[in-house]
Design a protein around this ligand. Structure first.
Ligand SMILES: Nc1ncnc2c1ncn2[C@@H]1O[C@H](COP(=O)(O)OP(=O)(O)OP(=O)(O)O)[C@@H](O)[C@H]1O
Ligand SMILES: [Mg+2]
Length: 280
């Protein structure tokens, strides 16, 4: 792949599991060097799409081209070379629990480069610094909050300076300030290194800040492809509900069952609490 900002092309793509389609008939060109955001409700197939682009599952039909290369026809060293140009932040961070953060972030460098220990340590420190975790290199994943694990996952995804970065829900579990900072970091990475980024998200605020291109999945297909400006103008009822965060109107109320009957409790709490002194 000569260029370092490859387009990602999905051609007549149908993906799913065990022959059952989750998303069908995708024809999309995710532009090289830009940030594409894949939006859609929970369970619509966003992570499924990422896993197929990453070659973790074989499509039911159609092609996935990265910089013009068909991921499924590459083999051996050519495939290895392409893979080492890809960084991935999985939805759950996917850190190895038995390794410290520093060791987790160093993993791709140890696997793919001949860098000496000292150089590896410096790069790891710099990348952890980018996500605000410079002080936490010696911590184990279970000693960190969910948001910190997510940021550490991003540091690992970036450690090889990839040309293509995939992020599955990078801002979920982050507070608004950290989420906004992470958005800025993604923007900076995209602009400075012309990385091709694909970000899967439900976070509309984040989409509005980072997206150059948007794909909305739903109903087993692509519902929209285009710019944020075009999406904001849509008159499609489902897309409008999604954008305006509106619940579906219902004819029937959902809460039809009575509340649990207190007399069915094994211990009658009202009596027991009544007998104890409340603190002022
Ligand atoms: N390994 C698997 N085997 C079979 N079905 C799967 C597998 N992984 C996901 N699915 C199914 O594929 C569908 C899409 O799941 P996916 O994880 O892609 O959704 P998503 O859009 O990423 O949702 P969320 O926003 O909640 O992360 C779901 O119906 C799910 O049950
Ligand atoms: Mg998902």
């Amino acid at each position: 792949m000569p260029e370092n900002s490859p387009d990602i092309v999905l051609r007549d793509l149908t993906i799913g599991y065990g022959g059952l389609a989750v998303v069908s008939g995708l024809n999309v060109r995710l532009p090289g060097g830009k940030i594409s955001v894949v939006l859609g409700g929970s369970g619509c197939g966003k992570s499924t799409l990422l896993k197929h682009i990453l070659r973790l599952h074989r499509p039911i039909s159609g092609d996935i081209l990265l910089g013009g290369h068909d991921m499924f026809s590459l083999q051996g060293k050519a495939l290895h070379c392409l893979k080492q140009r890809i960084g991935v932040l999985f939805q759950d961070g996917a850190l190895l629990g038995s390794l410290t953060l520093g060791e987790n972030v160093a993993l791709p460098l140890r696997e793919h480069t001949r860098l000496r220990d000292r150089a590896v340590r410096e790069i790891v420190r710099a990348k952890l610094g980018l996500v605000g975790l410079a002080e936490f290199a010696s911590y184990y994943p279970n000693e960190l909050s969910g948001g910190m694990r997510k940021r550490a996952g991003l540091a690992r995804a970036m450690v090889m300076d990839p040309d293509i970065l995939f992020c599955d829900e990078p801002t979920s579990g982050l507070d608004p300030i950290n989420a906004a900072e992470l958005d800025q970091l993604l923007l900076e990475l995209s602009r400075r290194f012309s990385m091709t980024m694909v970000v899967v998200s439900h976070d509309l605020a984040s989409m509005r800040v980072i997206a150059d291109y948007v794909v909305v999945l739903g109903d087993g297909r692509s519902l929209f492809q285009g710019s944020v400006e075009e999406l904001e103008k849509t008159e499609d009822a489902y897309l409008r509900r999604f954008l305006d965060r509106m619940a579906q109107e219902r004819d029937e109320p959902r809460l039809t069952m009575p509340r649990l009957d207190p007399s069915m409790m094994k211990i009658d709490c009202s009596q027991h609490l009544a007998g104890t002194k409340a603190v002022d």
